[in-house]
Design a protein around this ligand. Structure first.
Ligand code: UDP
Ligand code: MG
Length: 160
């Protein structure tokens, strides 16, 4: 049986990572960026941003029928967020592992949510759940010209 979610991707991918308003208010921005930096992924976009309601609704449109949707939109628009684009081989699934389970009480220690949060409604960080959604979300949150293509000095020390 082929279980795609268990097979590490070999493709260079892009993912949208966001420090949610609670992460910004709690002073966790540096800590969260650091997890992805230290892992060895490449930062290609970064900004502090006050999200308008319409964008929050579009970003989470798949959840619009859920009972928690109005509270989710209030939460995401309650203060500035930090929007990030990260690139790398298998970055989408790897970032989801670094982030941990949606419910921070079920997230493993060592993950961002497992180490830094206690409630699903205040789980400090977002990460795209598929390469397709990575592309979709980056197009929503970043404008033309806001992403940067560059070669990190450490590149040959990360991949042979
Ligand atoms: N959420 C919530 N209550 C729930 C499920 C989700 O408040 O019962 C919020 C939570 O902030 C979560 C976001 O909605 O991160 C998106 O839900 P999803 O299932 O996509 O989780 P994620 O992909 O962020 O782990
Ligand atoms: Mg999700």
């Amino acid at each position: 049986i082929f279980l795609p979610h268990l097979v590490a991707s070999l493709e260079v991918e892009e993912t949208y990572i966001m420090v949610k308003p609670d992460g910004v208010q709690r002073g966790l921005v540096g800590e969260i960026i650091s997890r992805f930096e230290k892992k060895g992924f490449k930062l290609t976009g970064l900004k502090l941003f006050q999200c308008p309601k319409e964008l929050a609704e579009e970003h989470y449109k798949d959840l619009s029928a859920k009972p928690f949707f109005p509270k989710l939109i209030d939460y995401i628009t309650s203060g500035p967020v930090v929007c990030m684009a990260w690139e790398g081989v298998g970055v989408v699934a790897s970032a989801r592992k670094l982030i941990g389970a949606t419910n921070p009480l079920q997230a493993e220690p060592g993950t961002i949510r497992g180490d830094l949060a206690v409630q699903t409604g205040r789980n400090v960080v977002h990460g795209s759940d598929s390469p397709e959604n990575g592309k979709r979300e980056l197009a929503l949150w970043f404008k033309e010209g806001e992403l940067c293509q560059w070669t990190p000095a450490q590149a040959p020390w990360l991949q042979e």
